[in-house]
Structure formats: C-alpha cells, structure tokens
Design a protein around this ligand. Structure first.
Ligand SMILES: [Zn+2]
Length: 463
C-alpha cells in the first residue's frame, strides 16, 4: 500500500502535466495519469500544484556572528522552512580560524542532530588552510563526507576573509575533485577603509551599513574570483547572494565565455530596496542590515531578468535571523556591531511564486527550476532531490495556487520578532508538505517529528 496523490498538476523544470504520483515508502514509485487507486491511501490534489520540495542552499542556522548567535537553531529553522514548502536545506559549517575543517563538520552535525525537521546538507566555509597548508588535504576528506561545496569569504577581514592565495590553492584542489567553490564576493579590505572613514565622520547609523558597501566592491570581487578560478584550471564557482546589476553582469560575462560560473540571488534583493526600506530616522533600519546590503531599486528588474535568462540559476534566502529587540541593538550607535542577517527561510517559495510567476516575470516551470531542480543539480543531489519523478525521494509540496496569505512577524514560524516582508500579501501557499513520503506540514502546521531530518551526503556535480 502506497500513498497516491491524485489529479494534481505536476510541475517540473520542463513541463506541467496532469498526473498522479504514487509514493511507496520514502520514494516516488510512479508518476503517470490515471494510476488506479485500489489499495492506496488517496490524497485528493485536484486544483493543486504538485511541486518538488524546495531546496534552500544558503542558510545560517545556529550560527555565531558578531558576538551573538542566529536565533533559528536547526529545529526552529527547518520547521519554518518546511511550513513554507522547503524540504532540504544546505547550511554552512563554519571553520574557525586556527581549527581544522573536520572540527567544524562535527560541530555542525551536532547542532543538527535531534533537531533537523527536514533533510539537510552542509557546505564547508573555509577560513584557514593552516600555517603550512596542512588543512588543504581536508578538502578531500570533506568531499568523502558528502560536503562537495566550499564557501569562501572575500569580505570580513580578520574574521572570515581569506586572501587570494588561499582562494587559488583551494580552487586548484576543488578543480581536481570536481567540487564547487561558493563565493561571498565583496572587496573586504576596501570596504573596511570606507567603513572606518564613515565612523570617523560620525556616520554611525544603520543606513551607513548600506552606504559603505558599494556595488563596485561586489562586482570587482566577482570579476577577480572568476579570474582566479581560470588560473586554477577552470574551477567551478557559484556566486552567492548576487545583489546588484554590476555583479550580475560579471557573472553573465563569465558564462558567455563558457566558464563554470553559476550564481544565486535572494528575495530581499528582488523585492526590497535601499530607497524603500532604509534611511528612516532612528534605529529601525537595523532590521534590514544584512550583507550585501539592500541596493537601489533599479537593480531589481535586471536581477529578475537574469533569473529568467539563466544568468542566475538559483533563488536562496541567506536566512540568518536575529531578534531586533536584543540582538540588532548590539549595534546602537555603531552600525558595524549590528549582527548581519535577516529571516527569510519560510517565505522564499511564496514570494518567488507570487512576485515571479503570478506577476508574469518567470514561468511556473522556471520557478521550480530556480527553487528546487537547479539547486539539486548544482549541488550534487539530483535526481534524489529536486524533481517529482520515479525513484526520487518523495519530497513533495501540494501547493494551493488560490490560497491568500499575508506575511507578518506575528504569524511566522521563524524565531524572530520581525519580518523584512511585513505586510507582503501573496497568492498561493503550501497546503501539504511531504518529506520522504511523510506528511510533515498540513494546513500551515508542522505535524512531523522534530529530529527526523537526515544528513545528506552529496555527490560532486562535476562539470
Ligand atoms: Zn550567507
């Protein structure tokens, strides 16, 4: 006896078709029209979209930053993700300077253990190769553990930033292994000077977080890291949180030259802007302090177009929530002490479907590609994840396209006291969410077991 999802519209990156989906155990057994209901538990999906569970490849759960820790641990964060229709996350294990990567791997597995509500994988954020590069060999060990993507920061000097030599050595290694390097692209040393100059002239409010991180600093870093990847023998590069037209153009140029460069943007850069959300008096703007910062509104249309044109392949969230009341306030009087980050893991599917598909900017199939299939392919999880097809994990969202929902802090499932999308009204929402065949969300409520999520070993996606 299996579960039969009957009469829904099954959406893939290629097509939308009326079909039934038969689930046996944790896997999808068959996708076809008119599967006989006898002997199966039937879920009526008439009028529903049947989507592959969302994959959010950029989250920071339980992450230490700026003297505090992001408020969503693996339980809070993955539960909120599930409620929003996301069934897989890739979170960042963060290597501490002076400590091996293997230690960070153990630390992050322990953070997730007993708490993850959906399946999760890890990237390794590399901050230190060791005094004699002795930890470079750990890259191979991490790939063997299923960590096939490595993050580097070109920003945050003395905290997370690595220099170009380290990037180059890492990329030589990942190129050989077929692994991926994810890049936070910003020229951190120049930004730091601009920041110090702002503070010295008394510009200490949250707005100056945005004004001290110019778009050129992002575009320059994208250009530089692409060049380094070429020198390193054609390493695969994934640019995280592309926030502006300038850096998007650098990604486009690299791709036009046939390089293995991919990238993502996030809902906040598509839907919020410097003009609309920053520059008000007081400290309220600290809610919108994340990095890269909000950009001028004129960047939004080019970023949507880049998603449509496959210049960018993925929409992730960069979910990194802090409370306004007692965490963001660490930066009262000095914007550099405001913890960088904002909540978003719960709202990605709603926002991109509404403002992308309903608004006519992208097709429904492209939505599925951006939120599930491409993330699975780029990060070595396809076809186990990211598609509703026979043999894949039964990670499925029954999406009600006519449901109306308004995003508010009061109504959200994330462990924060505000929403950057407060008052945003969307049409369409997850009605039921299945993870490996198990219904874990029903009518907006989490009905699964905390700790049921599993660690996913990923493959190298290759070139
Ligand atoms: Zn991030």
């Amino acid at each position: 006896m299996g579960t039969l999802i009957k009469d829904g519209k099954v959406v893939s990156a290629q097509a939308t078709t009326l079909a039934d989906v038969l689930i046996e155990g944790e896997k999808i057994a068959r996708v076809a029209p008119g599967i006989g209901a006898a002997g199966h538990a039937v879920v009526d999906a008439a009028g529903m979209l049947v989507l592959p569970g969302g994959i959010d490849v950029h989250t920071h759960l339980d992450m230490p930053f700026g003297g505090t820790v992001s408020t969503d641990d693996y339980e809070w964060g993955t539960r909120a993700a599930a409620i929003g229709g996301t069934t897989t996350v890739i979170d960042f294990a963060l290597q501490s300077m002076g400590h091996p990567m293997t230690e960070a791997f153990r630390t992050w597995r322990a953070k997730a253990e007993g708490k993850a509500c959906i399946d999760y994988a890890l990237h390794m954020a590399v901050t230190d190769l060791g005094p004699d590069d002795e930890w470079l060999d750990e890259v191979d060990a991490m790939v063997a553990e299923g960590i096939t993507s490595f993050k580097i920061f070109m920003a945050y000097p003395n905290v997370l930033m690595v220099n170009d030599a380290t990037i180059f050595k890492l990329m030589q290694r990942t190129a050989k292994l077929g692994a991926l390097v994810c890049v936070h692209a910003e020229n951190g040393t120049v930004i730091d000077v601009v920041v110090q100059q702002a503070l010295a002239t008394g510009n200490t409010g949250p707005l100056y977080h945005a004004l001290t991180r110019p778009v050129e600093a992002e575009a320059e870093a994208v250009h530089r890291v692409v060049a380094i990847s070429e020198i390193a023998g054609g390493a695969s590069v994934y640019i995280v949180h592309v926030s502006c037209e300038e850096s998007m153009r650098e990604v486009a140029a690299a791709r036009a030259r046939g390089l293995h460069v991919t990238g993502e943007t996030c809902p906040q850069y598509l839907l919020l802007s410097l003009e609309d959300h920053m520059g008000k008096p007081g400290f309220e703007d600290a809610k919108f302090v994340f990095t890269p910062p909000l950009r001028e509104k004129k960047n939004q249309a080019p970023l949507w177009q880049a998603l449509k044109d496959n210049v960018l392949q993925v929409v992730s969230t960069d979910h990194c929530p802090f409370r306004f009341a007692d965490q963001k306030t660490l930066g009262l009087g000095n914007f550099t002490r405001i913890p960088n980050g904002a909540p978003g893991i719960e709202n990605r599917m709603q926002l991109i479907l509404h403002h992308g598909v309903n608004a006519g900017r992208i097709s429904l199939e492209r939505f599925v590609e951006l939120t599930a299939e491409a993330p699975a392919r780029i990060f070595g999880m396809y076809p186990r994840k990211g598609v509703v097809a026979a043999g894949s994990d039964a990670d499925i969202v029954l999406w009600d396209p006519s449901a109306k929902y308004t995003i508010t802090a009061a109504g959200q499932s994330m462990n924060t006291d505000y929403s950057i999308f407060e008052g945003f009204a969307v049409k369409g929402n997850a009605r039921q969410v299945l993870s490996r065949g198990e219904c874990i969300v029903d009518g907006g409520k989490f009905v699964g077991r905390v700790g049921r999520g599993r660690y996913l070993r990923r493959e190298v996606a290759g070139q």
